[in-house]
Design a protein around this ligand. Structure first.
Ligand code: CP
Ligand code: NVA
Length: 312
């Protein structure tokens, strides 16, 4: 079994298809164990420091509960209460926290901050969302798709909307498991070209087809999975009104999904805005697996924690 002992978890692009596969298998086992009530206390005595510079419901609760279920402990650390919020350097924070905790999870706007933290921390650092990636979300997404479709390879996922962190992580995820991903975004809101190129390079190993378009209908055609996310991510709230106009044709609604496969799966990382990026009809339909997806954050992250904190 591939173990990621001691590594950082910043983007799925850093891992091999085999490692991603192994994490998914572990998550499925952990999920089953939790349903059976047979918790493993594999992380007894271990602590996870969780730095949140931005709001969170799923990430915070699933990491905290996940550590508890594994016999360990999680600390919620807000920059409002930490010296980092008063300008203490990342380098010092990384070094000091590494003397107390066994892993550090961080949610922050800038991906460079996470990279800097990882550079100076001697314990694994987990990216819990930056402007560039949301790898823990992508692992939960893969798990959910696998559970509903019984496979990942060869499926087509259509992502409609902002070319953001979640879109980037879906490209990386598709590349690693051989799932085709088409992203439809309005002009000026496409995914980052460098990240796209890295994902395309990684996709050569699995044969996944990664494509960009401005036409949501093209993306959705014959799709197995339809995914969308908020139009104005955290940090872009001031653009909310402008984006409402610009993204108006990108709403995932009954008209758009008509050309998808009949048994298409709808996913959204949440929080969602009914009437904006998705209609209530779609997100609350039988096609939607958004609550399974949210639950799977717990199981996927337990697998990630166990792998990072096990011996290499
Ligand atoms: N999907 C997700 O990361 O949710 P939170 O912002 O609530 O953590
Ligand atoms: N793209 C969203 C994801 C929230 C989980 C954001 O960055 O705000």
């Amino acid at each position: 079994k591939a173990t990621l002992g001691g590594e950082d978890f910043l983007t799925l692009l850093d891992f091999s298809p085999k490692e991603i596969q192994s994490l998914l298998e572990s998550a499925l086992v952990l999920k089953q164990q939790q349903k059976n009530g047979t918790f493993s206390e594999a992380l007894k005595g271990k602590s996870l420091g969780m730095i949140f510079e931005n709001a969170s419901t799923r990430t915070r609760v699933s990491f905290e509960v996940g550590m508890t279920q594994l016999g360990g402990h999680a600390l919620f650390l807000s920059p409002r209460d930490m010296q980092i919020g008063r300008g203490e350097p990342i380098k010092d924070t990384a070094n000091v926290l590494s003397r107390y905790v066994d892993a550090i999870m961080i949610r922050t706007n800038s991906h460079e901050t996470v990279e800097e933290l990882a550079k100076y921390a001697s314990v694994p650092v987990i990216n819990a969302l930056t402007d560039a990636y949301h790898p823990c979300q992508a692992m939960a997404d893969l798990l959910t798709i696998y559970e509903h479709k019984n496979t990942l390879k060869g499926l087509k996922l259509a992502y409609i909307g902002d070319g953001n962190n979640v879109a980037h992580s879906l490209l990386a995820a598709g590349a690693k498991v051989g799932m085709d991903v088409t992203i439809a975004s309005p002009a000026g809101y496409e995914v980052d070209q460098t990240i796209f190129n890295r994902a395309v390079e990684a996709a050569k190993e699995t044969g996944a087809k990664l494509e960009l378009t401005q036409d949501p209908a093209v993306a959705v055609s014959e799709a197995d999975v339809i995914y969308t996310d908020v139009w104005a991510s955290m940090g872009y709230e001031q653009e909310q009104n402008e984006r409402l106009q610009l993204f108006a044709d990108y709403q995932v609604n009954e008209t758009l999904v008509a050309s998808a496969k009949e048994d298409y799966l709808f996913l959204h990382c949440l929080p969602a805005h009914r009437g904006e990026e998705v209609s209530g009809e779609v997100i609350d339909s039988v096609h939607s697996a958004v609550y399974d997806q949210a639950e799977n954050r717990l199981h996927a992250q337990k697998a990630i924690l166990l792998s990072l904190l096990s011996e290499k």
